[in-house]
Design a binder for this molecule. Structure first.
Ligand code: FAD
Length: 823
């Protein structure tokens, strides 16, 4: 028998239900009511029409009343406000806002898809603030657009940093307005966790949008031209968008005694039925089960509304179907960045006392060597049962693809370590053979199988306060972009030789830039018996999380990206560092800068947005000058001039300066080094060189001792089995610092014994002790690899702290030296 089905609300959920109902049954009478003029419009596109990205207003109208009626044989009634539902009589009272007519319409089945309405709190002065708007539908959009056109708007303020607020922010910027955004909580985009949202904060500031977090709107003054924030701060504005959230449009349901649940959303069962079996509800107005943790919630997004619209039509037509719940998969564009998430975030899990593990990784969107790759900041949450609880990602490319894959895996119950076994499409322009999603699976597998222990970024400051042993395994040039306070630099490639510098009785915390070298370091240490913990996501996660908001006064003269033209005659270098992961872009800058002339400029492009901050601190720490630092499309474009920062003394973080001095002084512009070539292996010459080197180091000089040919004997510590010519050399040469002969009057070793005894009497340290102390002072011992090869000297024979290099290393260090001895 044909049914009479009424639907209240004709956009996402309602329109989907109506068309599916018709496709399933040609006989039913289907009436669709909407109080507005437009049905089935693209609410998600509204901000982009305001900003001008969507050019044609008509393209937002997915369907028209006439089109829908003709195509589907529906009775579509716009301007029809449903004012009452009578669940006993099975009627809906409808008021036609055009004709003024009010009538009752009976139903066999009713679907409520009334959506949500913007929250507008009672704020002092709001009634007089005619320049204040909300955005939910086409008339709202038209009003905003008209107000901008008619009122010479220069500055717009957004209250609320959720999806709609952020989209409006970007679109206002696109119109060339000054934009400021006020957000009551500590972050924008509440579906992300704080450290992930921090990347958005930095991007928002990069676009000169001023961000006021932890602050709310308290009052409108001067007819809405002045905003008083709860902190007392005053903001001038020409117009304001209130986007502080939405609430289910539940008035009809409430009046009809339809049961309400979470935040007054309509309670429905899995068949989307309310407490009246022939009254269904779908979309933003309903309570759903959180698919991850089973809790009751309300998730107002277009996918669930559309899905429920189809399912409700199936259910009404007797097709077995149910709506299991919502995962909350979402994506948004924030300038060049894409931010996407699925499932629970840490805040939700903490609120519900659900235990979880966290992984942060920063892989490239595609193969790093293929132009256009850019980093993705990817976070995954899982529990002890290996259930994936949620994921978040922020980056320029491939962000939503990864979240969609994880969302799919979650939907079908994949375990976290199974992410590594998902076979994903690969070619260099699109991904890596180990896709970021696979990488998450590998990291999880290592954690689950206790191959690595991790600690999160928010514990790092506590570790610093507790004076924990924190080892930075990056390379020294990376320190110019910042470091965890009090961490000690031991580059990964030196770690195996410097294990003796680390305590066995304490936990060692290691970190690198993004977590990978930290993991490798943690394996080196764990295999040697250390208790070691890797800082998850490396310095990059910590640094992003520590971003400090930088608001600037609005300026009408926007700084343009430098064209790269040079005021002097020196050629401006163009450097493409796109696709390189941090620290790759900085390394590339350094390599080119080393070859440039003073005053010469470099225009460098990088696809990693972190480069914008990194280049500033790098230049500050190296005496160079950043002339411009802008965004162009999906890249950061910075113009750097060599040496021009050095006219004012380089204000280097003292801790960083000390760290660099203890490691590799390549970055020092000041000539405060001393270099020494130790060519001879005689005791007296070795003593003299050590005494001079120690003295120079004590005076604050950065000392490099370069040991070559016979001088290598000074560095010998351990005996190693050798063959052939190497064995012959070994038999003829002294086996270490305590076996060296005197250059003259050695007298078969008697002279050297006499000297040692005189030294002892005079409390002078023996040579091996001097060497150790020199190492403690930070003197760099470099063994010449070329002469090691010639003389068959092996690395295992030498002190563990010895570094290896060729003449380039030595010459590099002499550059920064004003004392150069040949012994
Ligand atoms: C600016 C904006 C951007 C968005 N962007 C995204 C996005 O990018 N991604 C995403 O997933 N979601 C987005 N959303 C949310 C998404 O649009 C909603 O989740 C979805 O439209 C909800 O569908 P619904 O059917 O529940 O309600 P709606 O689509 O809002 O439809 C409700 C309709 O019911 C009508 N109505 C209400 N009460 C009555 C009544 N008493 N009588 C008659 N008619 C009534 C309303 O006029 C309205 O047309 C956005 C929303 C907005 C406003």
């Amino acid at each position: 028998m044909a049914k009479k089905i009424l639907i209240i609300g004709g956009v996402a959920g309602g329109a989907t239900a109506a068309t599916r109902l018709r496709r399933l049954n040609e006989d039913d009478e289907i009436i669709l009511f909407d109080k507005g003029e437009y049905i089935s419009f693209a609410n998600c596109g509204l901000p982009y029409y305001i900003g001008g990205t969507i050019k044609e207003r008509d393209s937002l109208m997915v369907q028209t009343v006439e089109g829908m009626e003709k195509q589907y044989g529906l009775d579509v009634r716009n301007f029809s406000d449903a004012t009452k539902i009578d669940p006993e009589k099975n009627t809906v009272t409808v008021h036609n806002t055009q004709s003024g007519e009010t009538y009752d319409e009976s139903f066999d089945e009713l679907i409520i898809s009334t959506g949500a309405k913007p929250i507008v709190p009672k704020i002092k002065g709001l009634a007089d603030a005619k320049n204040t708007f909300t955005l939910r539908n086409i008339p709202d959009m038209d009003q905003i657009k008209k107000y901008i056109a008619d009122h010479n708007v220069q500055t717009a303020t957004i209250i609320g940093g959720g999806f709609i607020g952020l989209e409006m922010m970007e679109n206002f910027k696109q119109l060339g307005l000054n934009v400021q955004l006020v957000e009551m909580s500590s972050q924008v985009m509440p579906n992300l966790d704080f450290e992930m949202a921090q990347q958005l904060h930095s991007q928002i500031n990069l676009h000169n949008v001023n961000l006021y977090l932890n602050d709310g709107l308290a009052e409108f003054q001067n007819d809405g031209k002045k905003l008083i924030l709860q902190s007392g701060k005053e903001l001038e504005t020409d117009m304001t968008i209130l986007s502080i959230g939405i609430t289910p449009a539940n008035d009809l349901a409430k009046d009809a005694k339809i049961e309400l649940g979470f935040k007054n959303a309509i309670k429905v069962n899995k068949q989307l039925q309310t407490n009246y079996p022939n009254i269904y509800a779908i979309g933003d107005v309903i309570q759903v089960n959180n698919l991850v943790d089973g809790s009751e919630t309300n998730i107002p997004l277009a996918w669930p509304a559309n899905r429920q619209g189809r399912l409700v039509a199936d259910i009404i037509n007797g097709i077995p179907a149910e709506y299991p719940g919502t995962q909350g998969t979402s994506v948004a564009k924030v300038f060049e960045l894409t931010a996407a998430s699925t499932g629970d975030n840490e805040k939700t899990l903490q609120r519900q006392n659900i235990p979880y593990h966290v992984i942060h990784i920063h892989p490239n969107s595609s193969a790093g060597y293929y132009p256009g790759a850019s980093p993705i900041n990817l976070k995954l949450l899982y529990n002890d049962d290996k259930q994936i609880l949620g994921a978040q990602a922020v980056g320029t490319k491939g962000v939503e693809k990864r979240i969609d894959v994880i969302s799919t895996a979650m939907r079908f119950g994949a375990k976290v370590d199974e992410l590594s076994s998902i076979e994903l499409s690969y070619a260099p322009p699109y991904s890596s053979a180990k896709d970021p999603v696979n990488m998450l699976g590998y990291v999880a597998d290592n954690e689950i199988n206790h191959r690595t222990k991790t600690i999160e970024w928010d514990q790092v400051d506590r570790l610093v306060d507790e004076k924990a042993t924190i080892i930075d395994v990056r390379n020294d040039f990376e320190l110019t972009t910042g470091k965890i306070p009090s961490s000690k630099l031991i580059p990964l490639n030196q770690l195996r030789d410097r294990l003796n510098e680390l305590p066995k009785d304490k936990t060692i915390y290691v970190y690198c830039q993004v977590g990978l070298r930290g993991y490798n370091a943690s394996r080196v240490l764990a295999n040697d018996g250390f208790d070691v913990v890797n800082i998850d996501g490396g310095f990059k996660t910590y640094k992003i999380a520590k971003y400090e908001i930088k608001n600037k006064p609005f300026s009408k003269n926007k700084v343009k990206t430098s064209s790269g033209s040079s005021s002097n005659n020196l050629k401006t270098l163009q450097v493409d560092a796109c696709g390189l992961q941090c620290p790759g872009p900085i390394l590339k800058v350094k390599q080119h800068m080393d070859k440039m002339d003073d005053g010469q400029k470099m225009v460098v492009k990088a696809s990693d947005f972190g480069f914008s901050a990194d280049i500033e601190s790098w230049a500050k720490n190296t005496g160079n000058k950043v002339l411009s630092n802008d965004i162009d499309g999906d890249t950061v474009v910075a113009t750097v001039q060599k040496g021009q920062g050095a006219s004012t003394p380089v204000k280097q973080d003292p801790e960083l300066a000390a760290e660099l001095a203890l490691n590799d002084g390549q970055l020092h512009e000041t000539k405060e080094g001393a270099t020494m070539v130790v060519f001879d292996g005689d005791l007296d010459k070795a003593l003299a060189s050590l005494i001079i080197a120690t003295g120079a180091a004590a005076m604050g000089k950065k000392v490099t001792m370069f040991f070559t040919f016979w001088g290598l004997n000074v560095l010998k510590k351990n005996k190693v089995k050798k063959h052939g010519v190497a064995k012959m050399f070994d038999m003829m040469l002294p086996s270490g610092a305590d076996k060296l002969p005197l250059s003259t009057m050695n007298m078969g070793g008697l002279g050297s014994k006499m000297i040692k005894s005189v030294m002892k009497k005079n409390n002078v340290d023996p040579l091996p002790v001097m060497i150790r102390k020199a190492n403690d002072l930070g003197i760099k011992f470099v063994a010449c690899t070329m002469s090691m090869g010639l003389m068959g000297v092996k690395k295992e024979e030498l002190y563990s702290f010895v570094e290896y290099g060729g003449v380039a290393t030595y010459l590099g260090d002499t550059e920064n030296s004003n004392l150069n001895l040949f012994i």
